[in-house]
Design a protein around this ligand. Structure first.
Ligand code: BG6
Length: 489
């Protein structure tokens, strides 16, 4: 396939919204500061409300300042960046109104259309882009999750996209794939000889993936209540992490090589049955509690009425293939948990036989590889070693981490933790789809998630309450204990 041309403009639909201001404009500014934006690259924000160009620039400037803190905005970069910015008040679902966008594009040949919008508008905007003639073979379209609310609705969106764009022109964002440590997982697995021979059911006992947040749902409930933790987090971020841990080595970093391997993992996920629902999953919803030292309200109080939506989910997932047969993956994610932590833990099996007598045998613990993605980026391999010093009655053993602190390794006066969107936007500019989710991937993830939701319905599994600031309902502990393991705290 011919290499996509470098994009020469970006149109941000939803350009006055929260995502655009918090993430997208700051990302574009930082890309500009580092010299990654092509010369003449234009940035056109589109939203429905009338806004004077100066007011719009001021809003963007404030957003960039907030994100850059404590470092000040570089005035030279800012004036270059501000000169790229434009704003158009347009209803993007009306092809006729897109004339204003065409004028602002000023002949750009390879524009990016970024839909930072409610998914309910995706199909309408897509059709308007086609009808207005703005969607050309050189253009590309970026969509935020959620792509649909289930398999059927995601298919409808994907079908509408496919009528207008080739799959290579479509960039479905899962912002977790833009995170540095998530990409590092690929490097760790495939740029080292050490792990791959051990990366299977002969050596690995189980895997834990935790995506814990301290925040509640708050003002986002109108969206969240329709989705819940399973659809909001598991369908995308958590399954993407699982895929990167579990996939076979791709032959290269080509977008399709990588995504083919991820789809194979998704296809191997054992479907949930009604019986399994009770055994292998837990739904929870936070009630009032204490988080970060403060009393916080129940989800239903934020929502203003009773709700059957889960804000926590824990799952035991089995991958039915040769590599992973018999290795359970334990997944959990939730709001209002005691700490913010995104972590993947690979638990290796113990040594087959202990040569150490007495206490040392008790001390002996199996190796574990812990990959922390948030809040800090860290990789630790827990290894056994001899406790220093003399002891009677045999050697003492202890577990110590071999640690790769990315914070320490890469901290310097000019180092800054990049926003995941910087990487992703840069890849869209260059037409590289590797870190974006392909159509069959998104649909396969929905197929499996729909199965979980159906099993919950059939088993009439309502969310169990858990106090805000705790690690979810008691059932989450029972779930993993039934398998003879425990969550790492
Ligand atoms: C979003 C979810 O996709 O990811 C949110 O909709 C969640 O509910 C967020 O809070 C978490 O992202 P991050 O990057 O803060 O871990």
């Amino acid at each position: 396939m011919a290499k996509a041309p470098e994009a020469d403009a970006i149109v941000l639909f939803g350009g006055a919204g929260d995502l655009a201001l918090r993430m997208l404009f700051p990302s574009l500014y930082f890309l500009d500061a580092d010299g990654f934006l092509p010369e003449g690259f234009r940035i056109i924000a589109v939203a429905r409300s009338e806004l004077a160009a100066e007011d719009f620039r001021r809003q963007v400037r404030e957003a960039v300042e907030t994100r850059a803190r404590p470092v000040a905005v570089d005035e030279a970069v800012w004036s270059r960046f501000a000169a790229r910015l434009d704003y158009r008040a347009v209803d993007a679902t009306q092809a006729g109104e897109l004339k204003a966008v065409e004028a602002a594009l000023a002949g750009a040949r390879a524009p990016i259309f970024y839909l930072a919008l409610s998914p309910s508008l995706y199909i309408g905007v897509c059709q308007a882009l086609w009808a207005s003639g703005l969607a050309t073979p050189q253009s590309r379209i970026v969509l935020e999750k959620p792509i649909g609310q289930n398999l059927e609705s995601s298919r409808e969106i994907n079908a509408a996209l496919a009528e207008v764009f080739e799959e290579e022109q479509v960039f479905r964002i899962d912002h977790y794939l833009g995170k540095e440590t998530v990409q590092n997982l690929i490097a760790l697995r495939f740029a080292n000889t050490l792990f791959e021979p051990l990366w299977n059911n002969l050596t690995i006992d189980h895997v834990q993936i935790t995506v814990a947040e301290t925040e509640g749902v708050g003002e986002r409930w109108p969206y969240y209540d329709e989705y819940g933790a399973l659809r909001d987090m598991v369908q995308n971020h958590v399954l993407q992490l699982l895929c990167l841990v579990a996939m076979e080595p791709p032959s290269d970093m080509d977008a399709d090589s990588l995504r083919n391997e991820k789809v194979k993992v998704l296809r191997s996920l054992r479907p949930f049955t009604r019986h399994e629902a009770g055994q292998s999953s837990v739904r929870g919803q936070y009630v009032a509690g204490v988080a970060g030292g403060e009393a916080v309200a129940a989800y239903e109080a934020e929502r203003g009425q009773p709700s059957a939506t889960e804000t926590f989910v824990a799952l035991r997932v089995d991958i039915d293939n040769w590599r992973w047969a018999g290795v359970p993956f334990f997944l959990r994610t939730g709001k209002r948990l005691p700490e913010r932590r995104t972590q993947i833990a690979i638990q290796f099996k113990g040594v087959p036989h202990s040569i150490f007598g007495g206490q040392a045998t008790t001390d002996l613990t199996a190796n574990r590889l812990v990959i922390d993605l948030q809040p800090d980026e860290d990789i630790e391999l827990l290894l056994m070693n001899k406790a220093p010093g003399l002891s009677q009655g045999g050697m003492r053993l202890q577990s110590l981490p071999l640690s790769l602190s990315l914070l320490k390794a890469y901290s310097g006066p000019n180092s800054r933790r990049r926003i995941a969107y910087e990487r992703l936007i840069l890849d869209v500019i260059h037409g590289d789809n590797a870190l974006f989710v392909r159509r069959d991937e998104v649909e396969q993830a929905w197929r499996w998630v729909d199965g979980v939701a159906e099993a919950w319905d059939e088993a009439a599994m309502a969310p169990r309450p858990y106090p805000a600031g705790s690690w979810g309902p008691a059932g989450a502990f029972a779930l993993i204990e039934r398998a003879g393991r425990a969550w790492y705290e």
